[in-house]
Write a protein that binds this ligand. Structure first.
Ligand SMILES: Nc1ncnc2c1ncn2[C@@H]1O[C@H](COP(=O)(O)OP(=O)(O)O)[C@@H](O)[C@H]1O
Ligand SMILES: O=P(O)(O)OC[C@H]1O[C@](O)(COP(=O)(O)O)[C@@H](O)[C@@H]1O
Ligand SMILES: [Mg+2]
Length: 473
């Protein structure tokens, strides 16, 4: 099939019999080394010669294998017509290619971890090392310490399967990570000087934005270096992919904090258990932890502004809940309520080393506001607020079994793509299958909680919390 032609054909149609033809998909072009280097080697995939594994007929992925970015459609004629000539993205499927564009003996691979921690980072590193070594016979694999700054300021660490053997059992990143230190020219100069021709960057949205700049400079310099990003974010704030590795582990860890808050709340007179969870600009952890716990009475996330006083506000809701149940559990994402916490202009400007906004701590602020409210409104009665902040505990742990498996598939997908000569891409699960996504898209695709969809409606029906749309309740 000629995918280019398919990608360019036209609109949704509804024929006389009411049969709907959906618009065709648009194949998302992946950058490839051969785009700017005409003479890149082509060799048969060394997996073919593996003495222990004989690839089956369907083992190699062809360039026309795709994963669809959208799998839900409304087939009613009206909806199809409304879709018009909108084309739906299709991504190249991840996996081994019959022909690779690197001689494994000539590969010098660099692995770097950037940004905040996330369960599973060590597993990804381990599987990159083991996969490159065992599947492709690569022997020159280096860990870049301390994030992006490590390229130009630290000595690399040579890695081999023996060294990384038990890394999947450890939290954090054995390579160390950091924020800031992004000096484009110095990083690319160092990559060139060290002779790396494959770079695997494990990081979040910031890392991907930086990697895009690295990729563009490498292209301008016409270097034979493949660049790939492995999406990491405990907050699950990266778009296009189904979810990020380590997220499930973090949600699981959050349960312990919520259970403790619940026990404290039910064991006190007018007890409120307040738990703050990670989520700088997205409330996925808070939302998923709430849905899986069932002990939560109110979930506050950055995507849904809330207010304290008056009709439909948090205090009114808590008043009712305490009267009804004698206790309440609140989960608040760290990025929630930032607009209503008083702050100075200087505080509003504050940024971390990577340029991320520095938030005021919503947990202690909310705890203090609850106490003030109670003192104002309920003179004489007891109120107990127990505040739990498990922040780093949910991300500084090893990945659970599901996340470990996910990390392995991610690492292998990345290796296969890079060995095939693709560059400037990110691997990730798309609707349950692994695909390659242009780095440019991932760097700017934000995954926010959609408060109009069913999942948030489910939170509201589980908690009965207000929607915080003033005047509507
Ligand atoms: N817009 C950007 N351009 C270039 N580099 C960036 C950009 N944003 C972040 N970075 C760099 O990427 C690295 C990780 O970013 P950070 O935001 O801390 O974590 P994460 O990648 O997990 O979001 C840091 O070294 C930071 O300097
Ligand atoms: O490690 P730090 O700098 O304290 O950062 C804390 C932040 O890191 C996060 O875990 C997200 O980090 P990333 O952007 O690196 O994925 C947020 O939830 C939290 O706000
Ligand atoms: Mg980030």
């Amino acid at each position: 099939m000629d995918l280019t032609t398919t990608a360019n054909s036209t609109a949704t149609t509804v024929d006389d019999a009411g049969v709907i033809s959906l618009p065709p998909f648009a194949l998302q072009t992946l950058p490839h080394l051969s785009d700017y280097l005409p003479n890149v080697v082509s060799v048969l995939n060394p997996i073919d010669r593996n003495p222990y594994y004989h690839p089956s007929s369907g083992f190699y992925i062809s360039p026309s294998d795709v994963v669809l970015g959208h799998i839900l459609f409304d087939l009613s004629a009206g909806a199809a017509a409304a879709a018009g000539d909108r084309r739906f993205p299709a991504y190249h499927r991840a996996g081994p290619r019959r022909v690779v564009r690197f001689d494994p003996a000539a590969v010098r691979a660099a692995i770097v971890t950037c940004g905040g921690l996330c369960p599973g980072m060590n597993t990804v590193i381990r599987e990159l090392v083991v996969g490159l070594w065992e599947l492709y016979g690569v022997r020159e694999i280096y860990g870049v310490p301390s994030g992006y700054r490590g390229f130009y300021s630290e000595e690399p660490v040579k890695l081999d399967p023996k060294m990384v053997d038990d890394w999947h059992k450890r939290g954090g990143t054995a390579l160390a990570t950091s924020r800031g230190g992004f000096d484009l020219e110095r990083i690319v100069d160092a990559i060139e000087r060290r002779g790396y021709n494959q770079v695997y960057a494990i990081g979040g949205d910031g890392t991907m934005k930086g990697l895009l700049k690295i990729f563009e400079l490498i292209q301008r310099r016409k270097l034979k270096i493949s660049i790939t990003g492995i999406p990491k974010t405990v907050d699950n704030d990266i778009g296009i992919i189904d979810k990020s590795f380590g997220f499930q582990t973090a949600v699981e860890m959050a349960q312990q904090a919520i259970s403790a808050a619940h026990v404290e709340a039910v064991s006190a007179v007018n007890g409120i258990g307040l738990v703050k969870l990670m989520g700088r600009s997205t409330g996925h952890i808070a939302l998923h932890a709430t849905l899986s716990s069932r002990d939560v009475d109110c979930c506050l996330i950055p995507e849904n502004d809330f207010y304290l006083e008056g009709k439909g506000g948090l205090f009114e809701f808590l008043d009712q809940t305490l009267k009804q149940n004698g206790h309440a559990v609140i989960v608040v994402a760290e990025g929630a309520g930032q607009d209503i916490i008083p702050r100075t202009d200087k505080q509003k400007q504050e940024r971390d080393e990577s340029g991320n906004p520095v938030f005021l701590d919503v947990g202690p602020w909310l705890k203090s506001e609850l106490r003030k409210w109670w003192a104002r409104e309920n003179k004489g009665a007891i109120l107990t607020v127990k505040y739990i902040d498990p922040t780093y505990m949910i991300r500084a742990v090893p990945a659970n079994a599901t996340d470990n498996l996910y990390c392995t598939l991610l690492a292998h997908s990345a290796i296969h793509g890079v060995m095939a000569g693709y560059t400037g891409f990110v691997s990730g699960p798309i609707n349950g299958n692994y695909g390659y996504i242009p780095l440019e898209q991932v760097a700017f695709a934000k995954n926010k909680v959609d408060i109009l969809d069913h999942k948030w409606a489910w939170v509201r029906s589980v908690t009965n919390q207000p929607d915080f749309l003033r005047g509507s309740t």
